[in-house]
Design a protein around this ligand. Structure first.
Ligand code: PEP
Ligand code: MG
Length: 575
């Protein structure tokens, strides 16, 4: 039966395809006594065999998309599946206890997991424990006749339906087959949404309960521009969605004509349109979309896509690739911003009540536990600086003294490298993200010491409104155009200019078509956004006049009480 729902429009585009449920199945089972133990052993053998062939397929896919090294984790899993000692013990348990295969599997693997986990000095053993957990889940699923979802093996056109997608789930999605995704939770600035826009996969997030409404294989229609989703659309509705998709594609083709054009306003002023990236691979998209710079390279994906802390050389290669790919255009690299919704499997972050308010980003880098990791990153960046126009910025700065401490480490590592005879560029700008209200309020003092600001509105809005950016229950508070947010932004821009520094923005607001006229009016220098929003923004700026936008901004800042009033004003001024 046709059913319609609405979520948060998180990545533009339209798709009609079958549902692929990326949902973990229920793997609970009963322990039962059995007479026929041979049968249980045969069930176990069959489940092991099925798991082995599944893992071989996943491994092959991973080699293709991520390379041999990243795929090696599956070799470890395959080794667990073939471990004669463990399999022997499971069979022994089936016979001795006359119990079903599920229960024997669980008993023996739990024992091995506890054994390895307790050898906590040894990271290799910890990894073995994680491997056994993963493999056990797969074998158990096969014993129970259930399928574990594995996005890497999707090989037909689908719309992925999930409770939530982690950044690493999202990175595994193959654009060729995944035509869109829909989730229960998340908002426009959650990292899965940001990645969806980079990958140009349409996405609707925060639907609350899509996973309980849709069955595997059911036909879905998704509009990532409006946030609409239809389960089992009628022929007429399918046609309507396909037409909307075509209209969007036509619009994109029109914007594409501006790829090599300069970003100039109707009155001839230039603004810098930059892109946000997560990996060196994204640079192609930046150039294809006419990006004039990279305003935010989120380096944490380097850490998240890896099995261990990336080495100085691995990081150097990544930074160098981005700088060279941009061919001398500015590249702002943000030092690692782990924590919040970005976790590292190999870095044991403490469980916190409020991870977004906790030990994260620069707070980790400046702590004893993060010092070595931070210095390694700074060295890699400094070494790469000779390959282009590097700028460095620190995330989540609240205090001037935090900036000073980070800058001191930067200066120390620069001096160390120079003493070692390693070449380092001498014009590296060092700036900060303004994403904590304290820093926005004190921007005049920060501006004396930094080279630039980049306003991170994704976090600045959540902290100013005290509304979690991931939580759809409070998404009504997530108001980029609220006068309170506009005043903070204006304060930051004016403070930068008073000290002769530049101010950019790398939060999603920089590419928001309602916010752009206001930001132009406030004199923002650099707009950094998903590469896929650049041409649309260039097209908008071409028809706007900066004097008129300054008048608009002034009016919004001084006379508006609500977001709705601001939106009405923008509509009025940009007609
Ligand atoms: C921001 O907070 O606006 C920002 C750009 O950083 P991130 O989205 O990675 O937290
Ligand atoms: Mg942030």
């Amino acid at each position: 039966m046709t059913e319609k729902l609405k979520g948060i429009a998180a990545s533009s585009g339209v798709a009609v395809a079958k549902a692929y449920l990326l949902v973990q199945p229920d793997l609970s089972f009963e322990t039962v006594s059995v007479d026929n133990t041979d049968n249980e052993e045969a069930r176990l053998d069959a489940a092991l065999e099925a798991s082995t062939s599944e893992l071989n397929v996943i491994r092959e896919k991973a080699v293709d998309s991520l390379g041999e090294e990243a795929a090696s984790v599956f070799d470890a899993h395959l080794m667990v599946l073939a471990d004669p000692e463990m399999i022997g013990q499971i069979k022994e348990t089936i016979r001795a206890k006359k119990t079903n295969a599920e229960s024997a599997l669980k008993e023996v693997t739990d024992m091995f997991i506890t054994l390895f986990e307790n050898m906590d000095e040894n990271p290799y053993m910890q990894e073995r424990a994680a491997d056994i957990k993963d493999v056990t889940k797969r074998v158990l699923a096969n014993l129970l006749g259930k399928k574990l979802p594995s996005p890497a093996t999707i090989d037909e056109e689908v719309i992925v339906v999930a409770h939530d997608l982690t950044p690493s789930d999202t990175a595994q999605l193959d654009k060729k087959f995944v035509k869109a995704f829909i989730t229960n939770i998340g908002g426009r600035t959650s990292h899965s949404a940001i990645m969806a826009r980079t990958l140009e996969i349409p996405a609707v997030l925060g639907t609350n309960n899509i996973t309980t409404l849709v069955a595997e294989g059911q036909l879905l229609a998704v509009n990532g521009i409006t946030g609409e989703v239809i389960i089992e659309p009628s022929d007429a509705e399918q046609a309507e969605f396909i037409a909307a998709g075509k209209a969007y594609a036509d619009q994109k083709a029109e914007w594409a004509q501006l790829k090599d054009a300069e970003t100039v306003t109707a009155d001839g002023k230039h603004f810098e349109l930059a892109a946000n990236i997560g990996t060196p691979k994204d640079v192609t998209g930046v150039n294809d979309n006419g990006g004039e710079a990279i305003g935010l390279y989120r380096t944490e994906f380097l850490y998240m896509d890896s099995q261990d802390f990336p080495t100085e050389d691995e990081q150097y290669e990544a930074y160098k690739a981005v700088l060279e790919g941009m061919d001398g255009k500015p590249v702002v690299v943000r030092t690692m911003d782990i924590g919040g919704d970005k976790e590292l499997p190999y870095f044991d972050l403490p469980k916190e009540m409020n991870p977004f308010l906790g030990y994260r980003a620069l707070r980790i880098s400046l702590s004893e536990g993060g010092d070595a990791m931070f210095r390694t990153q700074l060295r890699a960046l400094l070494r790469a600086s000779v390959h282009g126009q590097l700028r460095i910025m620190f995330p989540m700065v609240a205090l001037v003294t935090e900036f000073r401490a980070a800058k001191k480490l930067f200066d120390e590592e620069k001096a160390n490298l120079l003493a070692e005879g390693v070449a380092v560029a001498d014009n590296i700008q060092v700036g900060i993200m303004i994403e904590i209200p304290a820093a926005a309020m004190l921007a005049d003092q920060f501006a004396k010491e930094v080279d630039f600001f980049s306003i991170g509105t994704n976090d600045l809005i959540q902290y100013t409104m005290a509304a979690d950016r991931m939580n759809e229950q409070v998404s009504y508070l997530y108001q980029p155009y609220n006068p309170s947010i506009l005043r903070l932004i204006n304060n930051v821009i004016k403070a930068a200019h008073a000290e002769g520094k530049w101010a950019g923005m790398c939060g999603e607001m920089a590419g928001d078509q309602t916010a752009v006229p206001l930001l132009m009016g406030m004199g923002l220098d650099e707009f950094s956004m998903s590469a896929t929003s650049i041409l649309q923004t260039r097209s908008l700026m071409k028809r706007l006049d900066t004097t008129k936008m300054a008048e608009l901004a002034d009016k919004a800042l001084t006379t508006c009480a609500t977001m709705e009033e601001v939106v009405a004003l923008v509509e009025d001024y940009t007609k």
